[in-house]
Design a protein around this ligand. Structure first.
Ligand code: AMP
Length: 278
């Protein structure tokens, strides 16, 4: 596996690869088995596998979060190589943004709710960096995790806006044995909050059994109440949404795929998760 930091090196390495499909797995590093599952899938489906490892400042609306974000390049290289990556691209901020990026992406409704509402500017920053990585690598396919369910809808909207001919591949959430969705931020949880965190998925799983019995808005309230029974967990939002538009649904309707999307504040750490409800 080649570890590269310059865009020119990346372009050269890609030009030298044998013909075939290129797959891209964009990450912010601190790689774990969730990332591994994306890289392994990309390896199975593409001739060249590029993993990017870049903590993108433009998607952080909270300076402390950016400062504290874990950075573990050495172990990331080991994991990416073991999972089958050909290239790990770990550029500096100056390399990705030689000049400030002032673009705004008119994402419409998918970008305005949930993470869009509670982290202003976050999705615009995600679109800035992912569109740059798409131009740099020119992939046939790009792999994203359903852990960031709304992000996938945002990326698809950006791909339509920019006219990229790239297939967006959605990969299932990888969880710890106790149900907690793997996240680079989990390592920042202190012991009491780490012990509390699996309660989120326990309640989401129980919510699946209540579809139909409770209306969507009652189920939203039920999930919030059940999670907050644990005083260490504070629900930022739990929205039951149409899986395509990300807008809240008023009723259960057989024709609409429905997802429950949640963000929980566990002390200083924000945890996000979601579950298919219909
Ligand atoms: P991040 O490094 O957190 O920006 O994540 C990079 C990619 O890995 C995104 O597409 C995430 O959705 C995906 N990802 C992160 N955690 C998981 C997980 N537990 N299961 C599946 N995919 C994940």
């Amino acid at each position: 596996m080649k570890v590269l930091t310059k865009t020119s090196e990346l372009r050269e390495a890609l030009a030298q690869r044998p013909r075939g499909t290129v797959g891209l797995v964009p990450t912010m590093g601190a790689l774990h088995n969730g990332h591994r599952s994306l890289i392994e899938r990309c390896r199975r489906e593409c001739d060249t596998v590029v993993v990017t490892d870049f903590v993108n400042p433009t998607q952080f609306n909270d300076k402390n979060d950016l400062r504290n974000y874990p950075r573990t390049l050495e172990s990331d290289c080991l994991l990416a190589e073991a999972a089958g990556a050909d290239i790990l691209f770990a550029p500096t901020v100056e390399e990705v943004y030689p000049e400030p990026d002032n673009r705004t992406f008119p994402l419409g409704g998918v970008g305005e709710v949930m993470e869009g509402a509670s982290r202003p500017g976050h999705f615009n920053g995600v679109c800035q960096v992912v569109s740059r990585l798409f131009v740099m690598t020119n992939p046939d396919r790009a792999y994203f995790g359903e852990k960031d369910f709304q992000q996938i809808a945002v990326i698809k909207a950006m791909v339509r806006l920019e006219g990229f001919k790239i297939q967006i591949v959605e990969c299932p959430i990888v969880r710890e044995a106790d149900g907690l969705a793997l996240s680079s931020r989990n390592r920042l949880l202190d012991a009491p909050h780490r012990t509390a965190a699996p309660h989120i998925f326990e309640v989401l799983s129980a919510a699946q059994q209540k579809v139909g019995e409770l209306s969507p808005s009652r189920l939203e309230a039920w999930v919030t109440g059940e999670i907050e029974r644990n005083p260490l967990l504070k629900v930022v939002y739990f929205n039951i949404v149409d899986s395509l538009s990300m807008q809240r649904v008023g009723a259960w309707d057989d024709a609409t795929a429905v997802q429950g999307c949640i963000t929980v504040q566990a002390g200083a750490i924000r945890l996000i998760d979601n579950i298919k409800l219909k």
